[in-house]
Design a protein around this ligand. Sequence first.
Ligand code: UD1
Length: 419
Amino acid sequence: MEKLLIRGGRSLRGRIAISGAKNAVLALAPATLLAPGSHRLLNVPHLTDVLTMMELLESLGCSCRLTGKELLIDTSTIHSFHAPDELVGRMRASFYVLGPLLARYGHAEVSLPGGCAFGPRPVDLHLEGLQQLGAQLTVRNRRVYARAERLRGTTIDLRFPSVGATGNLLMAAVLAEGETLIRNAAREPEIVQLGEYLCAMGASIEGLGSPVLRIRGVSHLHPATVEVIPDRIEAATFLIAAAATQGEVTLTQARSDHLHAILTKLQEVGCSIVTTHDTLTLRMETLPAPSTVTTAPYPGFPTDVQAQWTALMLRAPGVSRITDTIYLDRFKHIPELQRLGARIELHGNTAIVFGGHPLTGTTVVSSDLRASAALLIAGLIAEGETEVLGLHHIDRGYEAIEQKLQQLGADVQRVRVDD
Ligand code: UD1
């Protein structure tokens, strides 16, 4: 077991490179199942979620090798169509293998992912869409058994622009017979990249980045190479940490066009931001102003940045309101922030933050990935020493987090708990 020790009070200053997007890799890697052969993913971050996805693909018979930032996946030797329950339980994105396995091999078995730290997370949209594409699905003992001779193109109206359902259905539809329309599709950059990768493999998809995707099914795909886009949530986290500490940071290998909602809010609360085609510089000289934020599907304010924004608003003298419309129960960071002295009230899915009061370091425990990022930011602004436990969450989604923070001048160390 490890923990992070943070001595707060230093402004973040300097330059760091943003890693490849975790959520893009978690969609791109399963897409390789659609074509036999050797696929190359570049700019892949070293994260435990990426390792879990590699383990999952290997359990199906693929061979995976991560060297530096290059992930080679050879899908010529697939022999299993059953995703092990333990891996799906560990990581919800494992459910992404269902669509491609079904489309290419005609059958798949994947257990239901179940809930997570921030409430129930159903997969009904994935399953209904696959059924509309002609799949026969049976759910027994919390496991989905899916079969289809060949999927058939159709029109799917998603009730909600689910990222996972859009990705799964897109991967299923590219090998279906005929044309599929996915309406109310997710527009997240990671889904756009998935679609572009599928096109590089020989698929025909129109409308990427819009709410309507038109997919003309093809009979086979071929391996391809893709460079993973920068992680917009990692970028947002560092920008917020810099703003919270009245710092000045430059992020390289970052995409400001993927961060529009965040940059707008950061400017609204007082940050100055300068962008070039692949760098982003944030400078903050004052305390932030209070704000009202409501999460929404892309291009709205991401739920994955809600907890970090809450930590930033602890610095803003006055009252801020942060509402999560995507996960109504994603507030496990709040009791931990309160242990540091934060004044926050939770009303349904809205956190009301009474900011501008000092925080005092203590021991806090992270419950999920983005909650841990919020605790880190709070530790950077708290007086004294904060210990963050539960680091396995942060290691799922932030590559070399303490090295990057140290590079920006933070006093952060990873230590073994039994030291
Ligand atoms: C993805 C991201 C996750 C992010 C989320 C929302 C990956 C690997 N993960 O997760 O980091 O927080 O998008 O931006 O990319 N829903 C249903 N039925 C379904 C599917 C979803 O009701 O079949 C609901 C969920 O419970 C949730 C909302 O839709 O309330 C958003 O879920 P979804 O967009 O599917 O998120 P994920 O793909 O799981």
